[in-house]
Design a protein around this ligand. Structure first.
Ligand code: T46
Length: 142
């Protein structure tokens, strides 16, 4: 069993980021280690999600992520074994800092939703905990 004591104190949270604007429209800036608390190694985005689809169903060992709905909205279910929470992402200036110790599921995607994800590590299938029992074993002692 892997454990992740180094992020024991880390708790996922929603932060509001600056909106810069003028008569031409709006602009939001995200900088690694400034706006969000990690270096960005990978970017991906989820879009065209079909009605009633639920995605995710996993935690991570080390990957930290920042989730932003740059268009549309979705909800994120979070469970770090201490609390369960539902986060509504519905604005391009709202950022969910998602720590690896949160089991997460994304759902209620609007048809126009583009969910941008900034990740602290390169893609590694071994970093995923897709079995809830293993997730509990990995994090229940933290
Ligand atoms: C997460 C949530 C928020 C890759 O090949 N490289 C990648 O970097 C990613 C992210 C995915 N993939 C492949 C793996 C699967 O065959 O793309 C396919 C879909 O990925 P997955 O089923 O993991 O997608 P979600 O929506 O369940 O989860 C994703 C991220 O994988 C995950 O890290 O936390 O978004």
């Amino acid at each position: 069993m892997k454990s992740n004591k180094s992020l024991i104190e880390a708790v996922s949270k929603v932060i509001e980021v600056n909106v810069l604007g003028d008569e031409r429209g709006l602009l939001t800036v995200i900088e690694e280690n400034i706006t969000i608390p990690f270096e960005i190694k990978r970017i991906f985005y989820i879009y065209g999600t079909q009605n009633n689809v639920r995605r995710g169903f996993h935690g991570h060992y080390k990957t930290r992520q920042a989730l932003i709905t740059v268009a549309g909205s979705c909800k994120v279910h979070l469970d770090n074994l201490q609390r369960k929470e539902e986060v509504l992402l519905n604005s391009p200036h709202k950022v969910l800092i998602l720590e690896p110790n949160d089991w997460h599921e994304m759902y209620d995607f609007s048809s126009d939703c583009v969910l941008l994800v900034l990740a602290s590590h390169h893609y590694d299938p071994e970093d995923y905990i897709r079995d809830y029992k293993l997730f509990e074993e990995a994090y229940s002692s933290c």
